[in-house]
Design a protein around this ligand. Sequence first.
Ligand code: LLP
Length: 404
Amino acid sequence: MQQELLPELLCSIANTYGTPLYVYNADKITAQFRNLQSSFANSNTRFFYASKALTNINILKHILSIGCSIDCSSVNEAHLAIHVGFKPENILYTSNGIDFSEIEEAVSLGININIDSLSNLEKFGKKYGHSYPVGIRLRPNIMAGGNLKISTGHSNSKFGIPIEQLNEILDLVQQNQIFIRGLHIHTGSEIKDVSVFMKVAEVFFDLVPHFPELEFLDLGGGFKVAYKNNDHITDINLLGNEIEKFLKGLESKHQRKFQCWFEPGKYLVSEAGYLITKVNVLKTSNNTVFAGVNSGLNHLIRPMMYDAYHRIANISNTKGDIKTYTVTGNICETDTFGTDRSLNEVREGDYLAIYNAGAYGFEMSSNYNARYKPAEVIVVDGKASLIRKRDEFADLLRNQIAVL
Ligand code: LLP
């Protein structure tokens, strides 16, 4: 199984399909999923791929083919999952701030649902009573995650029902005989410390007695992967062991079985993805050499939005002398991909690969500056196939209505 795509292969794919280009390595996704399965082999755990990270239908089909379930953050993601063949029981829908009609649609699809507000829980109870088992998303007031923008469990966060409103939840459940099948807490993305997940487990431990019909405890996603060499990542083996102990403790206290659910997005697809760009312009100013590429924050917004670090390499001159460059895009505002990076000598026309581009890369891209979204390619067993055409001019006009 080839886990990292090498420069020569990436260059030849870029020569075939042009740049900017997203390339995804299916083998890496498989390897990550197998790591999860082996680390959690002794605990009753299910994994739902957080499809918000990357929804290309070929990625979803690959996820289906390796036996992973799927998590959706909108009803449209659920429709995509059904489109590629996921069974409703393997689809999970956890959204927030939605109109009740989306929940009704999710019920009509027969998928697993987590409800995020008291208001929707009440509407749900009135309409479905005990007939449709459901989960509730809670806000535990735990600060976690790589930065505030991707932190969701803290006491100022909009996500989930604040845990201090437990009595209101219990009243609604009782009045409407709601079948609470699961509890859900997602505290954020890029959570390095296993202890954060175990704090969530403790919260669940105390809540279980209130919900006699509980079957699953959903700890969300957020496993941290390496963006840099030697980056601290979530210790998945340790987490697997801790979850095993947690479930054993819970089961011996309550004399029944529970299942833990997780919703990894980045863990499964981040490292599988590459954004290949071409250097348009080299520009020297004071002591800085800018390498201006044919992409920008319109294609990969993470460096601008979260100050995220993405490794960059010159894949078309891998033997060149190491020099320092600031890699920028071609958008009409600052869109720096990397500052003062040591790269093999960069020449105009070289290909620069931006790593860890699988999660929240293409998925958060836009047509800002009326530029085209990139094409996407998947590599399966070393063979590359185009899975999305690059935009063309007609795409910029699609849905616009000329009235003047
Ligand atoms: N479950 C829920 C309820 C979520 O809200 C998320 C991510 C996940 C699972 C998956 O988290 P992951 O395993 O991918 O960390 N665009 C940001 C990340 C936003 C995450 C939003 N929710 C970024 O590029 O860092």
